[in-house]
Design a protein around this ligand. Sequence first.
Ligand SMILES: [Zn+2]
Length: 168
Amino acid sequence: MSIPVHVSATSALTHPHRFAGALPVRGLVRLAQAVAETGGDLQAELTADRESGFPRVHGRIEGALTLDCQRCNRPFQWPLRVEMDLRLVFSDQEEKAALASGDPYRVENDELPLRELVEDEVLLALPMLARCETCENLMAEPAPAPERKVETRRDNPFAVLKEKLKQR
Ligand SMILES: [Zn+2]
């Protein structure tokens, strides 16, 4: 069983619907471009219902993505866990009203593009600056930074002197 590409919003909301399954990373074209390796699957579990008084698609997306560390360029495993909660709206008015209370998704032509919605959520969850654990720990250590500063400060007077001597 997998997550359908499209479902009809009205039929999904007639009764609570649950969609669950594996999504291969390489099948999500935009995500595949953002990761270092496209092997593996994401696990998604989504429910469409009106139980909170308005139509929603909500659930969870999990998996491990391979990202390139932006500091050492080595690929590393990044654990993904996204809680998704979209309020479905069907008109401009509804969309405006829903903005205050959450994340509205405007349904067009009664279509719920479930895989696209999952991919959007995952792309939003990706770190702006991916760093492996080793680099993350290095960055967290405050020690080396002040040392380097002292060094450059120490070098500076000589550099200035040299420049002055050159000018004579
Ligand atoms: Zn790194």
